[in-house]
Design a protein around this ligand. Structure first.
Ligand code: AMP
Ligand code: ZN
Length: 520
């Protein structure tokens, strides 16, 4: 065992890799696959490597909090995969052309429409809202993806894919547009509707006759290339004339380009299952002959009073409104970490209803964990009588935190484990428990892994400038000054310190073992 570890260490030195043991075999990951509707053990296509594609935003308006929830699910999955030791290529696109108003094949391009209304260039619209998207994700401490391709940057790849689908006989050209032939595809492959659980016959009977859809052989067909009218600004030359790609096509073309014809994970919001993801599968199968994705994952919706948060329903707010509290739905402002924590307290597959009460509870929970983190940092292990039961419980709580994350990314249960650990940590700080009641190994593991789970996997940071020890250090200083003032009978100073801290929501408690503090 020791010899093999030495060999691995030597190899890593040559390869200049950090000494890091892959943990994916220690805590094997299972994910709920929306395609098979089963929780499955996660097995990568290539050993140790993961290819993950997530549909990015259509950049024609400010990001709202619902969008943040979906991207957060995949940020945590990305972080966890890295933590488990996988080498991950995470591709998240920017939709900057082709997404039409009403999500159907007629009507204006969402970006071109916004450009017309604001009287600016479409690319100004794209830049403005791409910047907003990036700023928002930074605010909530998201990691950048490995590649962030744009639809307009991949027109050639999309034209090639349209051609391939035409060559394979699953599309037809009408008046400069190219349509995907759904009935023909279904007859040959039979899997259209499998992901979203839709039955073709039902879709047929529910499909309205829409204006301008008369070019299609069947109302189920969808455009993979659209002819651009003379007024249309965003258009490119193609073998079928001037036009632009259909919305669903970009994700198929870009995922294939960067992850291959088959890759591990494809994610997005639940509302993208149909038609977007259903069409993505059909396009790839029609073009390359294979279903592209091993694990389809869908994050559920953020709702307000049970209704999906969306810009068009007028029940959405932007991150800026959330921070300032300047919105009729908000009682007050909440910090980005409170919001991140709030979202992770529910499982990604459940709907999450926004409420001020829930956010206020999360604010308290977040502060409790940050306090435990700061306390843990300041604790020093001293040899003592090891309490085997306590030692075992802490080891189990840490293991369970990982097991829960490995169980379809159950952040809610993982956070419950952290609360459990926080109670023990606070007891050590209050002197009810002694650090020496833990073995050195368990104490070191707790001191390393409790912050690792919070910071590296859940992406939760202290909001005091990034150093959880700073607040604690300042508090110790203030408590000392106050104690000195009291010893010198300078009650004006000691009261001033206590009252000011009270106003900031920090309580000071004088006990038999000294003075401690708590954040409300
Ligand atoms: P869009 O820019 O509209 O394509 O949306 C970007 C992402 O946000 C997609 O994955 C959507 O599924 C997701 N999304 C939109 N509204 C919500 C919501 N209320 N809750 C969660 N995710 C959402
Ligand atoms: Zn997509």
């Amino acid at each position: 065992m020791l010899a093999s570890l030495k060999r691995i260490t030597a190899k890593r030195k040559i390869l200049k890799l950090p000494l890091f043991m892959a943990r994916y075999s220690e805590f094997p990951l299972s994910l709920y696959n929306s395609y098979t509707r089963e929780k499955e053990v996660f097995k990568t296509l290539h050993p140790g490597k993961v290819g993950m594609y997530v549909c990015g935003p259509t950049v024609y308006s400010y990001v709202h909090l619902g969008n943040v929830r979906t991207f957060l699910t995949f940020d945590v999955l990305y972080r966890y995969l890295i933590h488990l030791g996988y080498q991950v290529r995470y591709v998240r696109n920017i939709t900057d052309v082709g997404h039409l108003v009403d999500d159907i094949d007629e009507g204006e391009d969402k970006i071109a429409k916004k450009a017309r209304i604001d009287n600016i260039e479409p690319m100004e619209v794209v830049q403005k809202y791409t910047n907003d998207f990036h700023d928002t994700l930074k605010l909530f401490n998201f990691l950048n993806p490995s590649i962030e391709p744009t639809a307009t940057g991949h027109i050639i790849e999309q034209i090639q894919m349209v051609q391939q689908i035409l060559d394979n006989g699953f599309a037809y050209i009408v008046n400069g547009s190219v349509y995907f032939d759904v009935p023909k595809y279904q007859e040959a492959k039979g899997n259209y509707g499998r992901l979203s659980g839709r039955v073709l016959e039902d879709l047929m009977s529910n499909t309205r006759e829409l204006d301008g859809q008369e070019e299609k052989k069947s109302p189920l067909d969808f455009a993979i290339w659209k002819k651009a009218e003379a007024m249309h600004i965003m258009k490119w030359p193609s073998p079928w004339g001037m036009g632009f790609p259909g919305w669903h096509l970009e994700c198929s073309a870009m995922s294939t380009k960067y992850l291959g014809k088959e890759f591990d994970i494809h994610g997005g919001g639940m509302d993208l299952k149909f038609p977007h993801h259903e069409c993505e599968i059909a396009q790839s199968v029609a073009s390359d002959g294979i279903a592209p994705v091993k694990y389809w994952m869908h994050s559920n919706m953020l709702t307000v009073n049970g209704q999906k948060m969306s810009k068009s329903l007028g029940n959405s707010f932007t991150p800026a409104e959330l921070l300032t509290g300047d919105h009729p739905l908000l009682k007050k402002g909440y910090t980005p970490m409170t919001v991140r924590f709030f979202m992770l307290q529910s499982h990604y597959s459940s709907t999450l209803d926004f409420s001020n009460d829930a956010l206020e509870a999360s604010e308290k929970g977040y502060k409790r964990l940050m306090k435990a983190w700061a306390t843990l940092d300041s604790l020093v292990w001293k040899s003592g009588n090891v309490d085997l039961q306590l030692d075992k419980e802490i080891t189990e709580a840490l293991d369970e935190a990982y097991t829960n994350l490995s169980d379809d990314l159950n952040t809610a249960k993982c956070i419950a484990n952290l609360f459990d650990l926080a109670t023990r940590i606070n007891s050590m700080a209050n002197g009810q428990l002694d650090s020496g009641m833990l073995s050195k190994g368990t104490f070191d593991r707790l001191q390393k892994e409790f912050p690792e789970i919070l910071r590296d996997i859940l992406g939760i940071l202290p909001e005091d400038g990034g150093d959880s020890g700073v607040v604690d250090g300042l508090m110790k200083l203030l408590i000392n000054i106050r104690q000195n003032a009291r010893a010198n009978k300078d009650f004006a100073t000691s009261d001033q310190i206590r009252n000011t801290l009270n106003e900031l929501g920090i309580q000071i408690k004088d006990g038999a073992d000294g003075t401690s503090y708590s954040l409300n």
